[in-house]
Write a protein of this length. Structure first.
Length: 65
């Protein structure tokens, strides 16, 4: 799957915190994504941009970062 411009619009930036770094050790990565995105859209974008297989997508809505 090739990355399309909308994939890059959906994934805003990686989150680099102590907790996110600890999650990365377990092959779980944290990204800030567009507010109106859905789990299937996030999965498709990450797979296209990074060339990996996504097992699951967990989302949370937090305060302004």
């Amino acid at each position: 799957m090739s990355a399309k411009p909308q994939h890059y619009d959906l994934i805003k930036k990686p989150i680099i915190t102590e907790k996110a770094t600890m999650a990365a050790e377990a092959n779980a990565y944290v990204f800030q994504v567009a507010m109106d995105s859905t789990k299937p859209q996030i999965k498709e974008a990450v797979e296209a941009v990074f060339g990996v297989e996504v097992k699951a997508v967990n989302t949370t809505i937090t305060g302004k970062v």
